[in-house]
Design a protein around this ligand. Structure first.
Ligand SMILES: Cc1cc2nc3c(=O)[nH]c(=O)nc-3n(C[C@H](O)[C@H](O)[C@H](O)COP(=O)(O)OP(=O)(O)OC[C@H]3O[C@@H](n4cnc5c(N)ncnc54)[C@H](O)[C@@H]3O)c2cc1C
Length: 326
């Protein structure tokens, strides 16, 4: 029986673990993949938009060669953090369901390998596991990717980038710069206005000069092995194509949240219900932490602005246990 089980070993799960470690709470992190699994699956050459200082947790310095750290530096940081504090993390162990047990407020957490009991649970499962689908014929072809890792496979290829936010702009630029023929299909009449200021003008200039072809007010209708049907203001048209990079965003894994027994708001945000001050869900002793809190509004929360979640939750748990932080 643990005081606390933390589901998800991302930056947030580690942040909560560190706060628990410092408070002397007996905890365990259950992670379905590798340590900081989402970040491990980010594009290999990716640079964070936050400065390393704004990503630091537990007052542990995050050293980076430039002001904005790379994915590789972030992986090093989180590895060192876990090792330095000997954070208790079980890897490759996906949680599949959770149930309330007994008269007391305790929970049984089932993973692919074991069953655990805990008085408190933190759900820090992020949003990177479930891509937003295009829901068009041909989306299941192997040439359609919802995750982008490296530019190399796309060099010399005709690539359609779907989307207009940060990831789509990043991917369009990198594939163009390394020698792909890039077309963008953009549902709106412009790029997402909040694309980072050091990326947006670069993409706009490539579009203006015609080196990246952008179709605005345009949606993908169907994907075939050698072409794609798009629908724009003048109707349906076809472009030749080798790869579709659907950079249309991600959302929390709602099937998992249902299997954990967590209710969801019925509005467009589809937020897992929780008290925004205490982070407690309607299940007593079960908390949400990190970017999963925002539901489908995935651009609202980041590592940067959720770093206080660990301390908030641990204070709650200590109060429930009738003790105070060390
Ligand atoms: C490309 C990209 C760049 C970003 N750059 C920045 C940035 O510069 N600054 C910033 O502040 N934010 C950034 N973000 C946003 C945010 O910081 C990240 O999404 C961050 O990883 C969120 O941390 P998290 O711990 O809440 O979720 P995640 O990092 O997604 O961690 C969730 C963890 O839960 C695990 N998990 C899921 N399901 C289960 C299960 N059933 N059982 C066990 N484990 C499970 C996952 O494997 C994962 O390791 C970026 C996001 C993206 C996609």
């Amino acid at each position: 029986m643990y005081d606390l089980v933390i589901i998800g070993g991302g930056p947030t799960g580690l942040n909560v673990a560190l706060a628990a470690e410092k408070a002397g709470i007996e905890y365990l992190v259950l992670e379905k993949g590798v340590l900081v699994n989402s970040i491990y699956h980010f594009p290999v050459n990716m640079t964070f938009f936050s400065t390393s200082q704004k990503l630091e947790i537990g007052e542990t310095p995050f050293i980076s060669h430039t002001d904005k750290p790379t994915r590789k530096e972030a992986l090093e940081y989180y590895r060192r953090l876990q090792q330095a504090y000997e954070l208790k993390v079980k890897l490759y162990e996906p949680v599949t369901r959770m149930e309330r047990v007994g008269e007391e407020e305790a929970y049984e957490i089932t993973t692919s390998k074991a069953v655990y009991q805990a008085a408190h649970v933190v759900v820090a499962t992020g949003f990177y596991d479930t891509p937003r689908m295009l829901n068009v014929p041909g989306e299941d072809l192997p040439k359609v990717k919802h995750y982008y890792d490296d530019v190399h496979p796309y060099v010399g290829q005709r690539v359609l980038v779907v989307g207009a936010a940060n990831s789509a702009c990043d991917v369009a630029l990198e594939t163009y710069q390394k020698g792909a023929t890039v077309t963008m299909a953009i549902r709106q009449h412009e790029l997402y206005p909040k694309v980072k200021y050091w990326i947006k003008p670069n993409v706009e200039n490539r579009i203006t000069e015609g080196s990246i072809k952008a179709h605005f007010n345009t949606e993908v209708k169907a994907i075939y092995p050698d072409r794609v049907d798009l629908e724009g203001p003048d109707g349906v048209f076809t472009i030749p194509n080798d790869f579709v990079l659907a950079m249309t965003g991600y959302e929390p894994n709602y099937a998992l949240l249902a299997a954990l027994g967590l209710p969801i708001s019925e509005d467009a945000a589809a937020m897992p219900l929780h008290n925004e001050e205490t982070l407690e869900t309607p299940l007593p002793g079960v908390y949400l932490a990190g970017v999963v809190c925002a539901g489908r509004r995935t651009s609202k929360l980041f590592i940067e602005n959720t770093r206080d979640h660990g301390d908030i939750i641990i204070q709650q748990i200590l109060a429930r246990k009738g003790t105070s932080a060390k």
